[in-house]
Design a protein around this ligand. Structure first.
Ligand code: F6R
Length: 242
């Protein structure tokens, strides 16, 4: 695992956007796995700026989601499908047919999870998966104690994660209790994992993921098992690294 410490979130976004641009120059139809939440926004803004400036052509890029809320009505502005369309797909000038995600509104949720794992495989696998980290060490929505071999499946959000995400909704009550998330085993199949963590609130989780033992209690520690994992942290999030 490579750990890169950058001064701030903007620098982290720029660094990772350049890695994405380099990948797209090498492989124009790369499958990019995107995370949602606040942390990756500087990456998406920096990548869109590169596309607009003409320094990279993203017109053949393919995008896939890491996770999705279960039970939000279609088109809800905070469904991750809506967020990825708004923050990634549209700014890159891509069409809705260039991205895929798990179907959080499916009646057969288990079937939708299996279908998503299959779709990722049939698409040739994820070339670069972007990740954030939860304050409890989750990646995707694999909360503590998720199996390190888990596949895409439905999970119950912890109260802490629901509270962390309440800022995107009008009230805590509106935050769904369930999500579909790529499993840790699914995530580990991506060719390159890039985790960005910024801010002092992530310092404990980063230290446990990077320097602690590999353990289901800290799902992000699974990155230590991956042959090509990069962890980009700003100085505040790096504060508890030895
Ligand atoms: C969301 C996701 C989550 C977030 C994590 C951190 O798709 O995968 O693991 O990355 O909850 O969220 P922020 O970046 O909002 O602190």
């Amino acid at each position: 695992m490579e750990v890169v410490i950058v001064p701030d979130a903007m620098a982290g976004g720029e660094l990772i956007a350049e890695a994405l641009a380099a990948l797209l120059r090498r492989k124009p139809d790369a499958l990019l796995g995107v995370a949602t939440g606040s942390t990756p926004l500087p990456i998406y803004q920096a990548l869109a700026a590169k596309v607009q400036a003409g320094s990279v052509d993203a017109s053949r890029a393919r995008i896939c989601q890491l996770d999705e809320y279960v039970g939000l009505p279609a088109g809800h502005p905070e469904s991750y499908r809506s967020v990825v369309l708004r923050e990634v797909v549209e700014p890159l000038g891509l069409g809705a047919d260039s991205f895929m995600g798990p179907d959080g509104a499916a009646e057969d949720v288990q079937g939708a999870c299996e279908a998503y794992d299959r779709a990722l495989r049939e698409a040739g696998g994820v070339d670069l998966q972007l990740l954030g980290i939860g304050t409890d060490g989750h990646i995707g929505f694999n909360e503590p104690c998720s199996s390190l071999a888990s596949r895409t499946r439905i999970k119950t959000l912890t109260q802490q994660t629901r509270k962390d995400n309440a800022r995107f909704f009008d009230s805590l009550d509106e935050v769904p209790h369930h999500v579909i998330t790529q499993g840790i085993g699914t995530i580990l199949e991506a060719r390159h994992l890039v985790l960005l963590a910024t801010g002092a609130g992530k310092a404990d989780a980063v230290a446990r993921a990077v320097e602690g033992p590999v353990a289901a209690l800290v799902p992000a520690s699974a990155l230590q098992l991956h042959p090509h994992a990069t962890v980009v942290v700003d100085e505040a999030a790096a504060a508890k690294l030895k």
